[in-house]
Structure formats: C-alpha cells, structure tokens
Design a protein around this ligand. Structure first.
Ligand SMILES: [Zn+2]
Length: 424
C-alpha cells in the first residue's frame, strides 16, 4: 500500500513530463532545428556502425518526439567524453534557500558523476561545475512563474530560464557548457511525494539564447525524493541522472500504468528505490559499448553467443534480434553489481525495443520469464513483478509468431551465459 502511494504521484508526473517534452521538441522541429549550438556541444555520439549490425540499427519515425532509435537525433548533449554540466542553485523571495547552496549541490554530487562513470564504463566523464556557488535569487516569486506539474516551456519556464541566464550571465559564459542543471531550493513548490515537478527540456532549439547559444538542454530538479525509508542520502540523487538521461536523448520508459513495462531494469523507468543501471540498449545508444560487444542475429538459422554481465566492463554484452526497421528484441545478462543493487534473480533479460513508440508510451517492454509470480524483490519502491523477469539456464523464450527462439545456458566463464538464438 505504501508503495503504490509513493509511486502514484510519480505516475502523474510521467504524463506531465511527456507533455512538456512533446511541446519543447515539437517547437524545435517546427523551426527546422536552427542549428545554433554550444561550442563544446558536438552532435550526440552515434553507436559504432558496422555492416553486420546494419539490420539492428533501428531508427525512429519522424512523428516520434523522443525515440529509442539510433543514432540519437541532433540537438541533444553528447554522451561520451568530457561533458560539462553547468549546475546552478536557484531560490525565490517566497522560497529563500535554506542553508548553503553548495549543500544542495552535494545532494547530487559527486554521486551523479560517479553513477555515470560506472554506467558508461568510464566513457562519460561528467563534470558538474558551479561557477556561481551561492543561491541565485530569481527576480520573481516562485508563485509568479506558475510552475506546476506538467507546466509547458511557454511561458513560465521560458521566463525562468531567461531570468536564470540574466542572473548568472555576469559570472558564467554559457558557451563553456554542454547542458544546464537547475537545482531548485527544495522548499519551493510541493513535496516530491505529492507532486513530482522535476523535468527536462531537451533538444529545445527555441530556448532562450545565452552568450549566443540556446539553453537547449536543461534539467530542473525540485524538492527531495525522500520517501521516509531512510534511503534518501544514498539514493535520492537518482532523479538527476534520470533527468540528464533526457538531455542525452533517452525517452521515459514508465507509462501511465507506472513501471510495469520495464520495472527496475532502467533508471528511465524507475529512479526511486535502490540504485539501478540502464538497459544495454541505452548504453549502446549512448555510445558506451563497442560494435565488437554487440551481436545482431538477423539471419535465419541458429547462432550462439556468449554474454557477460552488463554491469561489468569489457566482453560481449548484447544480442539484438531485429524484427523490422523500427523494432528488435534485445538480450543481455543482468546481475547484482555496479549500479544494479536490487537484482534478486540474475539471468538473461529479454525485451522489445520499438523506435516507433514515443517517450512515456512504452517504447520498451521487458518479457517476464515468470508472469504473475509477484517477483523476488523485497526492496522498497522497486516494481516487484518484473524483478524476477530474467531467464535462467535451461529456460527458453519463444515467439512463435515471429519464429524467434532464445534458449539460455550457463557459459564457460563465471557469470557468463550462453544464448542460442534461432530464427525460422
Ligand atoms: Zn523522465
């Protein structure tokens, strides 16, 4: 009961986030992406493309705002190498910052930086920078900006971003940064348990201009994601890596129903509860895996692959089974290691990725090897049913309609699995 009470506001927020992203991105699309870019913000990284992987490079349709397709469209932040996140702490006359602004910063750092370092196998060097170490006071009261759940970019957020730019400009050269984090004083607005306001405007070329470049990618974090379970200090920061996921072009995986499509297998699905990682598909999309670590089972017949746990650096990680130009099955090994703290049933996770489905509408669906089992986790705020979704040695995933069969066996090396893909 407590669990659903905590997740419900988040569900509502899911819809809100979808709405604002849609607005921001469609506005940008309408202008034909006038490509004013930050000097440091090169195009998002494209996963290494090889001929063998060609059939597995699914792309998004133009009607999808924020898709699972590869490569990620223009306008988002780079996701490899050194990325500089301008991080500003803001407060208001009706919500004056309590304590030091840098204490608010420390709720999220260095944890967020470390989370990305681990998730990316060291490929993303995320540098949060605070050229303004104090609270940046906004000229209007929080109430006057009209920021509420689902608030669109126009007009409130546009005004807020403009005011942030004006207030910070004497001390900040916006061209030096890849994206913006706004850490709002936690006493502004409702508790995150009632209403989740945290939001990201990504790929928004119509954003206000600062030092000649648009503030195209900006994550706003409000309140504290503190469920009272005592885990806030350890895991409450994870709203920021989730929001930054959008800055790098990742869609929301939770839907109106909550986390039932992907469960706790990706931070874009659940950013509350125990620490978790990203799906292998997302790591591939973000450029954190090499082509040599990925297989594409496009041809008829049987092919065998060895996979090592996604949470550990190096070795083969993923097999894709393409189903069409926009959809595929992805197969990976998940264990309790790295950022994945709550894995209660290690094994082979199989899911469908659909690049034609938009953010928040269920672009990814995990197949549950044990339907209606209730799951194996006892971790609070972790979607339980899918926690035992992975297939274990001796088990077989079958899709007779598409003539796909994936059988799972233990691999030679400790922790590795052998996966046999058969296509009819
Ligand atoms: Zn989101």
């Amino acid at each position: 009961m407590q669990l659903s009470r905590r997740i419900r506001p988040r569900r509502a927020a899911a819809l809100a986030t979808v709405a604002v992203l849609t607005l921001a991105v469609s506005t940008a699309a309408g202008s034909g992406h006038k490509a004013a870019r930050t000097t440091s913000g090169a195009a998002p990284i494209a996963p290494a493309r090889t001929t063998a992987l060609g059939p597995c490079m699914i792309d998004g349709s133009r009607s999808v705002q924020l898709s699972e397709g590869v490569p990620t469209g223009p306008g988002y932040s780079r996701s490899t190498g050194t990325v500089r996140a301008l991080t500003l702490m803001v407060d208001f006359s009706d919500a004056p910052g309590e304590g030091k602004a840098l204490d608010r910063f420390r709720e999220f750092f260095p944890k967020t930086r470390q989370w990305f370092r681990t998730a990316s196998y060291g490929r993303l060097d995320y540098r949060p920078e605070t050229p303004v170490p104090h609270w940046l006071r906004m000229p209007k009261s929080f109430k006057e900006y009209g920021i509420e759940r689902g608030a669109p970019f126009e007009e409130g957020y546009r005004r807020l971003v403009q005011d942030i730019v004006s207030a910070a400009d004497p001390e900040v050269d916006f061209r030096d940064y890849d994206f913006l984090n706004v850490l709002v004083t936690p006493n502004a607005g409702p508790s995150a348990l009632d209403t989740v306001l945290s939001v990201t405007f990504a790929g928004n070329a119509e954003a206000p201009i600062a030092d000649g470049v648009p503030v195209a990618n900006a994550s706003f974090v409000y309140s504290r994601q503190d469920d009272g379970s005592g885990s806030y200090a350890r895991t409450g920061y994870r709203v920021l890596p989730h929001e930054n996921g959008h800055v790098f072009g990742l869609p929301d995986l939770y839907t109106q129903e909550g986390g039932s499509a992907v469960g706790h297998w990706d931070i874009m699905s659940e950013d509350w509860g125990a620490n978790n990682d990203l799906l292998g598909w997302h790591k591939w999309k973000l450029g954190w895996l090499d082509a040599s670590q990925v297989g594409c089972a496009a041809r008829p017949g049987t092919t065998e692959y060895t996979l090592t746990p996604l949470e550990r650096a190096g070795g083969p990680k993923l097999v894709f089974v393409p189903l069409g130009a926009r959809t595929l099955y992805a197969v990976e090994v998940r264990v309790r290691a790295g950022n994945d703290e709550a894995v209660c049933r290690p094994g082979v996770l199989i899911y469908k990725v659909d690049a034609a489905v938009d953010t928040g509408m269920g672009p990814v669906r995990v197949f549950d090897s044990r339907r209606n089992s209730g799951g194996c986790t006892r971790s609070p705020n972790v979607q339980a049913e899918l926690s035992d979704a992975p297939f274990t040695p001796g088990e077989v995933f079958k899709d007779p309609k598409r003539g796909v069969r994936v059988s799972v066996a233990r691999g030679g090396e400790a922790g590795s699995y052998r996966v046999r893909v058969t296509r009819g």
